[in-house]
Ligand binder design. Structure first.
Ligand code: ADP
Length: 498
């Protein structure tokens, strides 16, 4: 009898690397996780050590195999998912990193973005890449690194330097020198033409970034590469950025299906089918995945403060002991008693985009208790996600039909009921919380034929909670109206008190 075959999913996140083995039924067989160090060398800078990203990732892969008592020969294929936009430059000959990895959150290239704004190129970037000019994406980070070191820039021009996001870096190390990236990770560099699915010569010229530093772009599923003998000569057949992988892991294969991840912030993506939908509502347009010569697109919106508002209740107000306590406290009252909390603690993200907005709690009376504040906090998380999904539906011209959810705060049943009430559609929680890893495994499994097609994946996918709307259309409209009035009051506050 031959030994059982598994799919190995590598999930390289901002704070940790995880490796998971999945079996044929799509169940998790083993999971290993280790933290990654993050440094903050100057205000607004966020850096990591690319060598550590690799060594920790390699270690968790070995641990996941050891836990299942499996060898590399039992890995049918590898799928990779990763923190997006994080920028690494390394020496093409030696494979050594040439600078600290600049993490997606880092604002250190803000000056590059300011000068791009002054040059008036925002519209060109938006129409080619689907993105807004922001230091978040890789392009300005690359330009900044080359500006800092003219020798590095010369070497880049002579083809001696490789650029990659974390997927590229891991593939390079796993394969001893294949320089590749997938469509979704490429799309977050701000150098990729998402309509044509290739690097944009126009934007490379605009930023004077040599094309030779870029990886070759490959589909999200299929024969991507093979690991070196040290890693079992295993096919890598799936790769996608974390949010795209989560959309896939949530089996949102049909147009109109959407997922939200409730973590520190909220990340919502909606499948828009084969259409590149430009946003009029402050959302990003992005490839969802590309394989079998077909690219599916998505709209993406990020809410800056979601679960972290609950952390604020816990750590700063001290009204709960653990994040999970918020549910019982909020359930102890039938409503927020007219209190609305706009958690614009670091400004507002999609769809309002206001750096100067600040947290606002309004409607407080003599009878307001901490339970009302707790309930208003959960409502705020749901209202913000509902705003983003409404913006998506308006851009796409078709409604969201169902919301699949995951992330730390998705364990909160009250939050998910509020969410369903506010959206007017079912909210369904994934049984497997690590949907990013699940998506990477699904892509790799499809890519190698371990699983047959999306229909088989949809059948395998399991939920552990479904929430149906329980309020009337009128009540929904009235609650949203109250919320929007509160959002208006939170706007621009940092400018008022300056
Ligand atoms: P991240 O991946 O962004 O670190 P996680 O997906 O691990 O986040 O989710 C953690 C966040 O979810 C924290 O901000 C925490 O406050 C919040 N959270 C965790 N459990 C609950 C809960 N039961 N109800 C509401 N929020 C919660």
């Amino acid at each position: 009898m031959t030994a059982e075959q598994f799919i190995l999913a590598i999930d390289q996140g901002t704070t940790s690397s995880r490796a998971l083995l999945f079996d044929r039924s799509g169940a998790v067989v083993s999971l290993a996780q280790r933290a990654i160090d993050v440094t903050y060398p100057h205000p607004g800078w966020v850096n990591q050590d690319a060598n550590q990203i690799w060594s920790v990732t390699e270690a968790v892969c070995r641990e996941a195999l050891a836990q299942a008592d499996a060898g590399w020969s039992q890995v049918a294929a590898i799928g990779i998912t990763n923190q997006r936009e994080t920028t690494i430059l390394w020496d093409r000959k030696t494979g050594e990193p040439l600078a600290p990895a600049i993490v997606w959150q880092s604002r250190q290239s803000a000056d590059v973005i300011r000068s791009m704004e002054r040059r008036g190129v925002a519209d060109a970037y938006r129409s080619i890449t689907g993105l807004v000019l922001d230091p978040y994406f890789s392009a300005s980070k690359i330009r900044w690194l080359l500006d800092q070191n003219r020798d590095l820039e010369q070497r880049a021009k002579h083809g001696e330097v490789c650029f990659g996001t974390v997927d590229s870096w891991l593939i390079w190390r796993l394969t001893s020198g294949h320089h590749l990236t997938d469509v979704t990770n490429a799309s977050r560099t701000m150098l990729f033409d998402i309509g044509k699915c290739r690097w944009s010569e126009e934007l490379l010229a605009d930023l004077d970034i040599p094309a030779s530093i870029l990886p070759t772009v490959v589909p999200n599923a299929g024969a991507i590469a093979t690991t070196s003998a040290a890693y079992g000569s295993v096919p890598i057949t799936g790769c996608a950025g974390d949010q795209h992988a989560a959309l896939f892991g949530q089996t949102c294969f049909a147009e109109g299906q959407a997922k939200n991840t409730y973590g520190t912030g909220s990340f919502a993506l909606m499948n828009t089918g084969l259409h590149v939908v430009a946003s009029n509502n402050g959302l990003l347009t992005t490839p969802a995945w590309s394989y079998n010569d077909q690219t599916t697109y998505a709209l993406e919106g990020s809410v800056l403060v979601s679960g972290s508002a609950v952390q604020w209740l816990r750590d700063e107000l001290g009204i709960i002991e653990t994040a999970a306590d918020v549910e019982a406290l909020a359930r102890s009252v039938p409503s927020a008693g007219g209190v609305v909390f706009v958690p614009a603690l670091t400004g507002l993200g999609a769809p309002d985009w206001d750096d100067a907005a600040r947290g606002t709690i309004i409607g407080i009376t003599r009878g307001t208790t901490r339970a009302h504040i707790a309930r208003a906090t959960l409502e705020a998380i749901a209202f913000q996600v509902a705003d983003v999904l409404r913006a998506m539906a308006s851009d796409a011209g078709s409604p969201v039909t169902e919301l699949k959810v995951d992330g730390g705060a998705a364990g909160n049943d009250l939050l998910l009921q509020l969410q369903s009430d506010l959206l007017g559609v079912p909210v369904v929680r994934s049984a497997i919380q690590v949907t990013t890893a699940l998506g990477a495994a699904y892509l790799a499994g499809l890519g190698i034929g371990y699983w047959t097609d999306e229909t088989e994946l949809s059948r395998m996918w399991q939920s552990n909670g479904r929430f149906e709307p329980a309020i009337s259309e009128d009540e929904r409209a009235s609650r949203v109206d109250t919320w929007r009035r509160a959002v208006e009051r939170s706007r621009g506050w940092a400018e008022v008190v300056r």
